[in-house]
Design a protein around this ligand. Structure first.
Ligand code: GAR
Length: 224
């Protein structure tokens, strides 16, 4: 009997812990709620935390029987205090992966450093183009041919960490911010759980701000 055969079933099939941070509707969270039902997805969402009350994402968590926690940032006098409360809540669940899914708060450098390598974000543009807000508007106004969404590891730089995966769509002449947003979100719901699945299986990792894919430096972002 080799060493993996001798491990009890409960150890070998242990799913990794995921905490999802949201600020809004949580359609990406929903994509993860669906993804975790697949046996090939080696993670389980242990908690959903929002910095805003009354957002639909918290309702989605409750409906899926996932602890839904609200930590209103307005109740904290500084970013540091809020991030400390956030970290305390997150740490209850010993996360292997923290998913930022429409979490619209800038995190402090200490927070980011603490979770580096297990903190992923999705941003609605083809980074490094258009960090920040109103990405669809900017892409249309600049006459871009292509637009998309990016999953990246989070570092101290806003929307600036090492890129992992991207999905793109051609901008049509009659596209509005709304129509583009709809297509981008459809891409996000495929891309984000896919990249997370690779991370949870150990295929993707971050070392010294460099992304590795199957132990080799990732040369090109993973495209869907
Ligand atoms: C997503 O489109 C995500 O890319 C964006 O917020 C939306 C959240 O939607 N994130 C950012 O802009 C981060 N800079 P959701 O709440 O329906 O998942």
């Amino acid at each position: 009997m080799n060493s993996s055969e001798s491990k009890p079933e409960s150890v070998t099939s242990q799913k990794k812990n995921i905490v999802v941070l949201i600020s809004g509707s949580g359609s990406n969270l929903q994509a993860f709620i669906e993804a975790q039902k697949n046996s090939g997805f080696n993670g389980s969402i242990k908690a959903v935390i929002s910095n805003k009350e009354d957002v639909y994402g918290l309702e989605r968590a409750k409906q899926a029987n996932i602890p839904a926690i609200c930590i209103p940032h307005k109740e904290y006098s500084t970013r540091e205090r809020f991030d400390l409360a956030l970290a305390n809540a997150i740490n209850q669940y010993s996360p292997d992966l923290i998913i930022l899914a429409g979490f619209m708060r800038i995190l402090t450098p200490d927070f980011v450093k603490n979770y580096k390598g297990k903190l992923l974000n999705i941003h609605p543009s083809l980074l490094p183009k258009y960090p920040g807000l109103h990405t669809h508007r900017k892409a249309i106004e600049n006459g871009d041919k292509l637009h998309g969404t990016t999953v990246h590891f989070v570092t101290e730089e806003l929307d600036g960490g090492p890129l992992v995966g991207q999905g793109s769509t051609v901008i049509q002449a009659n596209d509005s911010e709304e129509s583009l947003n709809k297509r981008i979100q459809t891409l996000e719901h495929k891309l984000y759980p896919y990249i997370a699945k690779l991370f949870l299986s150990g295929a993707i990792s971050l070392n010294e701000d460099v992304v590795y894919f199957e132990n080799k430096q990732l040369e090109q972002v993973i495209s869907i």
